[in-house]
Write a protein that binds this ligand. Sequence first.
Ligand SMILES: [Zn+2]
Length: 257
Amino acid sequence: MRHLCGLILILLTVTLSGGCLQQLNRDSLYQSSTLGALSEGIYDGETTIGELKKYGDTGIGTFNALDGEMIACEGRFYQVKYDGSVVEVDDGAKTPFALIKRFQPDRTLSGGSLNYSGLISYLDANLLTGNIFYAVKITGNFSYVKTRSVQRQKPPYPRLIDAVKNQSIFEFKNVRGTIVGFRFPDYAAGINMPGYHLHFISSDRKSGGHLLDCAMKNASIELDYSHDIYLIVPESGLFYKMKPQKDGKKELEQIEK
Ligand SMILES: [Zn+2]
């Protein structure tokens, strides 16, 4: 009987500590590699989509060899290819750079009529603080959306600033869909681009990409606050040898905007 009590105590402890851990991780933002590494041309990673699914249902990124834009929405992962076509990716696909979160909105807003710069100002005006991480999800009708996708690269890989010179641009009018992405604080430069990084996918899952411009009316804007980030950096010689760029922030703005 004493043994049995001991066993029950151990099980309880394991369950309780497991519960705490789970709670801690449920609101974490998971990031695979850094935008700095991607901008240096580190386009192959070991993280699979199946792995990302463990950390969340909403996110953005790209695929190995820089093969298009990734958008995760409601637990499904999509690839917006260079030719604009969209496919749902299987769990075995790999990513060199991705950001994922279990989306749990802390604040819901309706911004009225907003263009891209209006959206950014509106979001900024409604933040809790500029110093934590945010996942953003915007659902509704868009009178205009401009996105881009990138072309699959061949090794030896060019730097991102050169790879995006051949990006394709897509424009959509009167489309229903979802924008998902993140806001990073200024102090996180190097890990990600300070400010907003947003991707778009249409409701019919037939179009999307990295968001460059948009216009919307009465969309539902959800903000998910996060105070912790789980960052995994590449186990590769290329990453070990990478040197920080002097004008990294300026270059990233050029690449992503
Ligand atoms: Zn992007």
